[in-house]
Ligand binder design. Structure first.
Ligand SMILES: *Cc1c(COP(=O)(O)O)cnc(C)c1O
Length: 345
């Protein structure tokens, strides 16, 4: 697939490494029925560029290039109170000499605390221009448009980036990831049987599906939901994958069977900790010294662990876990990750 006709800024000067996780693989097998489990590999998208990077970095390479091509001087985006996407968008803005404003959605009432740690601290450190806080369930597109109108009224030019950077342009970042991965598997002679990714605003999962279909990579992708069960998540991912293929001019139709979503690991609610997340974060930290985060990758890895224990991942499979980042929010949830407080299952 030809990405070269789309403008792109580069924020990561290398391919993110693929690593085998020997200690985690052993610990996981010991906790599986019969003492055998899949072999787990990881692709370190937590090492992407920006402050510190994560999956949003790849989408922003294409989104910010588009903003610059349109002559924008201000990025406007939205997210939850501990939004990795807002922090990475702000970091890209700083690097490009642009201003950046957020609309923060309080999906959990009263959860936005301006002086909180984690990403909120980084919003202030990186110098966000303005933050508007709105209640959960607000029309975020309309709220961002209001902010963009205020920017226009000042004689400036805003560029609106949707939540999670998940539109057709943002999804190109994960087509680029799919192509990078294909090259690495070939160079390293590595046979992967399944890729496990997080599935939220859907740019990562949808972009990967588009990249795998378009490049005829026949490795199944499993998307672990972080905010929705499959009945609600799969249509979003399918729509995103199709939008990306259409933008690329690839004459393929995404079929429902191309989109595999798994639910049950994000409850009780998006961003609210549960006990399986805590186990997953502690397990990867204590076997491989790789940090996960409580909102996304902790629950996504909990999904991988759950699938291994239930036999949905086979003992002889090579499974690649895509680490999508999120490190800063770990510091805003220290008690939930380390404490012995009772958490929902
Ligand atoms: C945003 C995010 C995700 C989810 O990715 P989407 O493209 O929104 O589906 C996963 N992990 C982390 C750390 C994120 O910040």
């Amino acid at each position: 697939m030809d990405l070269s006709r789309f403008p792109r800024r580069r924020y990561t000067p290398f391919a993110t490494p693929i690593e085998f996780l020997p200690n985690f693989t052993k610990a996981l097998a010991a906790s599986c029925p019969g003492g055998a489990g899949p072999r787990i590999w990881i692709k370190r998208d937590d090492m992407l560029g920006l402050f510190p990077g994560g999956n949003k970095t790849r989408k922003l390479e294409f989104l910010v290039a588009d903003a610059l091509a349109q002559g924008a001087d201000t990025l406007v985006t939205c997210g939850a109170p501990q939004s990795n996407h807002c922090r990475i968008t702000l970091a890209a803005a700083v690097k490009e000499g642009l201003k950046c404003r957020f609309v923060i959605e309080e999906r959990v009432a009263q959860s936005y605390k301006p002086d909180a740690s984690g990403n909120n601290f980084m919003f202030r450190l990186l110098g966000v221009e303005a933050i508007t806080v709105v209640p959960g369930g607000s029309n975020m597109a309309a709220e961002m448009q209001k902010v963009a109108d205020a920017v226009t009224a000042e004689g400036r030019k805003a560029y609106i980036i949707p939540g999670g950077g998940s539109n057709a342009i943002g999804g190109l970042g994960y087509v680029a990831c799919a192509q990078e991965l294909q090259e690495q598997l070939f160079e390293q002679g590595l046979r992967i049987d399944r890729v496990v990714v997080g599935s939220g605003s859907s740019g990562t999962h949808g972009g990967m599906v588009a990249g795998f279909l378009g490049n005829q990579i026949r490795i199944p992708i499993t998307g672990i939901g972080v905010s929705r069960d499959p009945a609600d998540q799969a249509p979003l991912v399918l729509k995103e994958a199709q939008a990306v293929l259409d933008l690329l001019g690839v004459p393929l139709k995404v079929k429902p069977e191309d989109v595999q979503c798994v639910g049950g690991f994000w409850q009780p609610k998006y961003s609210v900790p549960n006990a399986r997340m805590r186990e997953a974060v502690q397990m990867l930290a204590r076997t491989e010294a790789i940090p996960l985060d409580p909102v996304y990758t902790g629950k996504i890895m909990a999904g991988l662990i759950g699938m291994a224990r239930s036999g949905a991942l086979k003992a002889d499979e090579n499974v690649l876990f895509l680490h999508t980042g999120g490190l800063p929010s770990l510091h805003a949830y220290e008690a939930d990750v380390l404490g012995d407080t009772e958490l929902p299952a």
